[in-house]
Design a protein around this ligand. Structure first.
Ligand code: ADQ
Length: 483
């Protein structure tokens, strides 16, 4: 159901990016829904509830009129090239991203970036206020838009506001470095419900609120006083965990598709039919621990602890944030390591490592998951990590081993994985050897338990749970029952 926009939309999603890509292969470029998890989770709600999605279409300095696609009403916002540099590449991805990922690289603090962040967040909040019907539900996503809940609350106290943080929330000892920490906390506290990936993220957030403001919290609830300067009244906000998941049944169906199954066999054959095929799939990001993984793999080949005639590693590193210095740096480092390993250990008929800096369609990703005996997820910090869940969903045979970093949100749930601390290279090597040598019976036992977990925990359940909780909150009642 596409909404009647004159009376407003009952359900509004606000995210940095719209869920579409432009197909420029034809002379008349067409929009196509991008196959991300968020669209899968939200499209049914959007279609049933006259929903709108506000976001940037991906090209700078472009005015695009709102349009409808696949039952969703999309509202593109214009961002200038300057704003993309300051708000997106700067404050979002070179200040907040590293700060919220354990300061793996040093965050940069620049007042001009912050000013652009406020400006762009205000544009998103105003667009949401314009589009939302009276009493609508507005769901804001991720760290690029942390000021939107409070700005929107000031403009539209009648709407119900949810926020979901896809990345970790740091402990106070790290968060406190942020010069604008009070404004960020107040921004988030404008929401009625603030969702996080892990219970630890939610408790870090509540502790930051206590430490920064000296307020008390009660279980998940935070009593937020009025802010006459911004124009918001007193209310109660809830902060709790809603671990995101994947479209389990869609992936399961793809993994049974005969064409994809055949493609998986072809991938193995093209790689020379290795006895053990190991796979890594990540955005090329310094948080994903790709360097650590390659170091461990290189050492295992050098030590002879894995047999180079039998094992092959395929590493897919999706291009990401390529204009940011730290991303150019990690790319150089990863590509040097790949060159070093292949230079040292290849011979004419064998290459131990295949590296691809490319994006792939969902079918090809599924074929890769099906083809791989071992999946390596070695993030140094990761909100959830959907790749780990996707691999498990694509193993109908019940075999295969997931090697999983303890520092992912997924580690809370996929507890039968081989857990590793990627900083501990010896431990990581031992984890990989454990996976390579694991017998089929143990593989099946672990995989069965993880697959069972994912069946009851998919992305549709995740969005339903979040929205049900949001609708069940009544912030006025929250205040009266606080004492
Ligand atoms: P990301 O950091 O992007 O997400 P992740 O959760 O692993 O990390 O999701 C990546 C997605 O991109 C997966 O669905 C994967 O299949 C896909 N992908 C990766 N490489 C690809 C390629 N080469 N071609 C095609 N598809 C590719 C952020 C947080 C995570 C959190 C998610 C969702 O950093 O911690 O799990 O949001 O909340």
């Amino acid at each position: 159901m596409v909404p009647d926009t004159a009376s407003g939309c009952d359900f509004v999603v606000v995210a940095n990016r719209l869920p579409v890509d432009r197909d420029t292969s034809s002379p008349d470029p067409q929009w196509r829904t991008s196959p991300g998890g968020l669209v899968t989770a939200l499209q049914p709600v959007m279609q049933a509830q006259a929903g709108a999605w506000i976001g940037w279409a991906g090209t700078p300095d472009e005015d695009i009129d709102p349009f409808d696609i696949d039952g969703m009403h999309l509202v593109p916002l214009r961002l200038s090239a300057d704003e993309i540099e300051l708000y997106y590449e700067g404050f979002s991805n070179a200040t907040l991203w590293p700060l919220f990922h354990d300061v793996i690289v040093p965050p940069e603090f620049h007042r001009a970036w912050w000013d652009a962040y406020i400006r762009v967040n205000r544009r998103f909040a105003e667009a949401a206020a314009d589009v939302a019907a009276r009493g609508a539900t507005v769901w804001v996503h991720d760290y690029q838009l942390m000021l939107v809940p409070e700005m929107l609350r000031a403009l539209r106290p009648d709407v119900s506001i949810g926020f979901f943080n896809h990345i970790p929330f740091p402990p106070w000892e790290i968060f406190a470095q942020l010069p604008w920490r009070t404004r960020i906390l107040r921004g988030l506290l404008g929401a009625d419900l603030i969702g996080f990936q892990r219970p630890t993220d939610a408790s870090n957030f509540r502790r930051c609120v206590r430490m920064n403001f000296g307020w008390t919290t009660k279980a998940n609830a935070i009593r937020v006083p009025e802010d006459p300067e911004v124009g918001t009244a007193e209310h109660v906000a809830e902060a709790k965990a809603f671990p995101i998941s994947i479209d389990t049944s869609a992936l399961d169906a793809l993994s049974h598709d005969p064409a994809i199954v055949a493609r998986a066999a072809q991938i193995r054959a093209e790689l020379g039919d290795p006895e053990v095929l190991i796979l890594g799939v990540d955005r090329l990001d310094y948080t994903k621990g790709i360097r650590h993984r390659l170091k461990a793999y290189g050492e295992l080949l050098a030590d002879g602890l894995i047999d180079r005639e039998k094992v092959t590693l395929v590493q897919i590193a999706t291009p990401s944030r390529e204009r940011i210095d730290q991303y150019q740096h990690i790319r150089t480092e990863v590509e040097l390591a790949v060159g070093r390993i292949n230079g040292e250990f290849s011979d004419l008929g064998y290459q131990p490592l295949h590296y691809f800096h490319q994006s792939y369609p969902r079918d090809e990703m599924t074929a890769l998951y099906l083809a791989a005996d071992i999946m390596l997820v070695t993030s140094l910090r990761d909100g959830m990590n959907l790749v780990a869940k996707e691999y498990v969903a694509c193993r109908p045979s019940g075999t295969g081993v997931l090697v999983l970093s303890e520092f992912t949100g997924a580690a809370d749930q996929l507890t039968q994985a081989v857990m590793v601390n990627p900083h501990d290279i010896s431990g990581l090597k031992a984890g990989i050897v454990r996976a390579v040598t694991m017998d089929e019976k143990e593989q099946r036992r672990r995989m069965r338990a993880m697959r069972r977990k994912l069946q009851g925990d998919d992305v549709q359940t995740w969005s339903r749970r979040f929205l049900q909780d949001l609708h069940a909150l009544d912030s006025d009642k929250g205040i009266s029952s606080w004492e």
